[in-house]
Design a protein around this ligand. Structure first.
Ligand SMILES: Nc1ncnc2c1ncn2[C@@H]1O[C@H](COP(=O)(O)OP(=O)(O)OP(=O)(O)O)[C@@H](O)[C@H]1O
Length: 235
């Protein structure tokens, strides 16, 4: 499966954020999306999730030579600022989510098994989500997006607020889930991108480009990424 983006453009008033983007993402890979503040990473995700309209261009999934439109159920989108229903407990939220997605979830596990997977302690599972820490809310959001096994998993700086142990567990989880889906991961933490991702993609001057990692050790590779990103002055 491939996600093919053709001539995608988006501007906000005078600011041209995405400029005629042509890019192909392939399943089985984790893509690290790097770009400076304001480069347009969230805008790209919002377009792919159809939260905002594009000005021009299109994107679609291609499987066995057949193209089809990206549907809502194809996409899991983990926001950098977690949005969870604060009036529910963790368990109620998870149960609700499992119930409404019953038909699409393959090999469902028990609610406690899911909590175990993201290391939410038993004593926290029946607390209201409003009393969860930022990192715990983030984990819940990541979990419900992973459970539904989307074809396209968009992660907008999701590991930044997690403690080192959980961030490591989440990395393992994402690695174990990458087969058969396209994972695009935006981050400002270059080491995380290098550690987790199969490809590094830069969003620079409104276009996407892959950074070729061939024959470069990680220091040289980092320098190369920085050099490309530095070209763009603050606007
Ligand atoms: N709804 C909006 N209205 C007007 N301008 C917007 C809107 N959303 C984003 N922008 C502008 O588009 C540009 C790209 O923003 P975006 O949030 O996509 O960048 P980003 O790469 O995710 O940044 P960061 O790394 O800082 O989170 C910025 O200049 C931002 O001000």
């Amino acid at each position: 499966m491939k996600l093919i983006i053709e001539h995608l453009s988006k501007r906000f008033e005078k600011k041209e954020v995405l400029r005629d983007i042509d890019f192909t993402f392939e399943s089985g890979k984790i893509y690290g999306l790097l770009g400076r503040n304001g480069a347009g990473k969230t805008t790209l995700f919002n377009c792919l999730n159809r939260d905002i309209q594009t000005d021009a261009g299109s994107f679609y999934l291609q499987e066995d030579g057949t193209r089809r439109e990206v549907k809502a159920q194809d996409v899991g989108y983990v926001l950098s600022t977690p949005a969870v229903p604060e009036f529910l407990t963790g368990r109620e939220f998870l149960k609700f989510f499992l119930d409404i997605n019953e038909k699409s979830i393959q090999n469902p596990k028990t609610i406690d098994a899911y909590f175990d997977e993201i290391s939410i302690e038993p004593e926290d599972r029946d607390k209201l989500l409003k009393d969860y820490s930022h990192g715990m809310k983030n984990k819940m959001q990541m979990l419900i997006n992973i459970i539904a096994q989307p074809n396209l998993l968009l992660l907008d700086e999701p590991l930044t607020s997690l403690d080192v142990v959980v961030a490591e567990e989440m990395k393992q989880l994402l690695r174990s889930l990458k087969k058969g889906r396209i994972t695009i991961f935006s981050t400002h933490i270059m080491d995380l991108a290098l550690d987790l991702c199969d490809e590094i993609v830069l969003l620079n001057h409104g276009i996407l480009e892959v950074v070729d990692q061939a024959n470069l050790d990680s220091r040289e590779f980092k320098d190369k990424i920085l050099a490309v990103l530095r070209e763009e002055g603050h606007e």
